[in-house]
Each structure stands twice: as C-alpha cells, then as structure tokens.
Design a protein around this ligand. Structure first.
Ligand code: NAX
Length: 330
C-alpha cells in the first residue's frame, strides 16, 4: 500500500465540495491505489454542516480514505498538505460591488496563502476555484513567497469543457472527438474561448462552423454559461460540473496530459511568463501540456487572428484591473 497523500479542500461544506469530495475519496483523481487523507476547511459557523458531510463520507466506507480532518483552522488544514483545492469563497451578496467582492475574497486568500507558505509540503499543487479565481490565485501565490509560483493554478477547465461540449453538440460529434480547445484569460465573462486550433475528428472546427456562429453563439454562450446555469437552476450555480472540472484539472496536473483524457492539451490559468505578450505575473489561462512529473509548459507559437489578439487583450485588461483593485494585499 502506498503512503497516503494529504489533500485539503476549503469550502468543504459547500455545494461544489459536495460533489468533489466523494470523487476524491473514490480514487478518481489520484488513482485507485493511492490512499488519501482529506483535510477539510470551513468557517466556524459551517462546522455542523461539514460534520454531516464527514458522516456521509464515512458511510461510503471508501477503502482509499484513510482519515478525515475537519477544521476551521487553515494551519491544521494545510499541514504537510500535498494537494489543495481552494474552493471556499465569499459569494457576491445583495448590493455588493465587484470591488467589495474582490476585497473580501482577497482577505480570505491572502490568509490562506500565508498558511500554505508556513505549513504545506514545498511541492504542493494548489488549484484555486473560488471566485474571482484568477485574482484569488494571484493573491494566494504572492502571500506564499517560499513556494514556487508553479505550485498554483486557477481553474479554467470548466470553461474548456463547456467549449468542447458546445462544439461537439453543434457538429453532431462526441466530446472525445474534439481536440485542441483553448480558453484564454480570466475565468469571467471576458474569457476568450478560441476555436482557431480546435479539431473535430481531425477536421478543423472552423471549416465545420461559420464565423457568425463562432462570434455570435459559441463565444458568448461559453462566456455566459455560468449565469445561464444559475438562471435555469433557480439561483443555484454550477456545482457538479465545477467539481468535475476540478477533478479533470488536478488529475491532468498530477499524472500529465499524455495519460489523461485531454492528451492534446488543457486550459489552465498559470502565472504568466510573458508568453503571447501577456503581462508577467498575472494568472492567465493558457493552453498547456503537463509532463508525467507534473511540469506545466505553455504551448508556444500558436497562430492568432486579429480577432483573437483583441479578445486576449481585453481579458488581460480585466485581470490588470482586478489586480490593481487589491494591490495593497499583494
Ligand atoms: P457555496 O456557497 O455552496 O460554498 C462555499 C463554501 O465556502 C461555504 O460552505 C462557505 O462556508 C465556505 N467558506 C467561505 N469562506 C471560507 C473560508 N474563509 N475558509 C473556508 N471555507 C470558506 O459555493 P460553491 O457553489 O461551492 O462555490 C464555491 C466557489 O466556486 C464560489 O466562489 C464560486 O463562485 C466558485 N466557482 C468557480 C468556478 C470556476 O470555474 N472557477 C465555477 C463554479 C463556481 O461558480
């Protein structure tokens, strides 16, 4: 039996975690021979709700689940942790302005960055899902100066998978037939889902759909999918699909893209090294490959149309505005 890995999940009593935790415990992310210990962080008032989730995890009698540590203390949750899902965040309340939301989440993620810096395994992989995910990733990383910036990524795989699903439906194909989808930029409505390099059964996607559908249907539908799901679910946001995306992204990051279902590439928001002219230091979604050792490489030299360049700049601009709004916490 392998040594258990420590996996922390924040917002563990929330709705995304309610899908995610059971998939982690079943071996879907780290393998069906890899025991895990779940370290579950919640705010103090939610510890009761968390206890109910812990009871259900125990009731599943998962063979791989070797321990559960529920806590409201980040230093306990992140102690020697190998993998972290930062899901917990403060939702936008009535009358709350975007900058207020940025500010209160910035406080949460700066505290969690400091805790990770103090007690996490130095090779930890931290996946940020809580919104605004890219800027929360920036804050977490900047507050963990002893950890390699490559230990952090924000989640783009929900948008990536939404793009695949939509294109497959349009072309009467299956998700597995679609390759080389890209989501550039911020996980927000400014993101740019890009079909320029996508293929369906090996045929260029842009030869199968017309430009009007791309500009007026595909791009806005992916950009606004989260809001549409909230509308259709009577106020509830994407949860199972978000948990699925966290599973996909962490699994690919752990075992490498070649062995994952996304052997072409995945979209992942990582710290920019200046690729494609994106300002260094921003957490920006790029197409990436991951080696079997977990090394992430941004795919280079992809051709971009004038339309693509403009969309990529717009979403970069939004990330700069978000960063400037919380600059005092960096
Ligand atoms: P819920 O409101 O159901 O759960 C959030 C949980 O986080 C709550 O139980 C809350 O008590 C907890 N929490 C709040 N502050 C915390 C803190 N400081 N430490 C630990 N726990 C804390 O939200 P849910 O639907 O699970 O969504 C979680 C986050 O994911 C939200 O920010 C949401 O906007 C974001 N999303 C991100 C997506 C992405 O693709 N990056 C897509 C789905 C989702 O919208």
């Amino acid at each position: 039996m392998k040594t258990p890995v420590n996996v922390a999940v924040t917002g563990a009593a929330g709705q995304i975690s309610y899908s995610l935790l059971f998939r982690l415990a079943s071996g879907e992310v780290f393998g069906n021979d890899q025991p895990i210990i779940l370290r579950l962080l919640e705010v103090t008032p939610a510890l009761h709700r968390l206890n109910g989730v812990v009871m259900e995890l125990n009731d599943c009698a998962y063979h791989l689940l070797q321990g559960i540590v529920p806590t409201d203390d980040a230093l306990v949750a992140f102690d020697k942790v190998d993998y972290v899902f930062l899901v917990g965040a403060k939702p936008r309340g009535p009358g709350m302005k975007r900058n207020d939301l940025l500010e209160c989440n910035a406080e949460i993620f700066s505290a969690q960055g400091k805790a990770l810096n103090a007690v996490a395994n130095p090779n930890v992989k931290v996946l940020i899902t809580g919104n605004p995910a890219n800027t929360n990733a920036l804050i977490t990383q900047r507050n963990a100066p002893d950890l390699d910036p490559k230990c952090f990524s924000a989640m783009s795989m929900l948008d990536h998978n939404r793009g695949i699903g939509l294109l497959a439906e349009k072309c009467n194909a299956r998700a597995e037939d679609v390759r080389n989808m890209i989501v550039w930029g911020n996980h927000s409505e400014s993101q740019y889902p890009d079909l320029t390099h996508a293929t369906v059964k090996g045929v260029s996607a842009l030869s199968l759909v017309n430009d009007e559908w791309v500009a007026n249907e595909f791009v806005p539908t992916v950009q606004h999918r989260g809001a549409k799901v909230i509308e259709e679910r009577g106020g509830l946001s994407s949860a199972a699909s978000a948990a699925n995306a966290a599973v996909c992204q962490m699994r690919s990051w752990t075992i490498g893209t070649a062995k994952s279902d996304w052997s072409d590439w995945i979209s992942m928001a990582v710290i920019s090294d200046g690729s494609y002219g994106i300002e260094k230091g921003l957490f920006y979604s790029f197409p990436v490959k991951v080696s079997p050792e977990g090394e992430v490489t941004i795919i280079q030299d992809l051709e971009r149309s004038e339309f693509s360049r403009q969309c990529m700049l717009e979403t970069e601009q939004e990330l700069k505005i978000e960063r400037d709004a919380i600059a005092h916490l960096l």
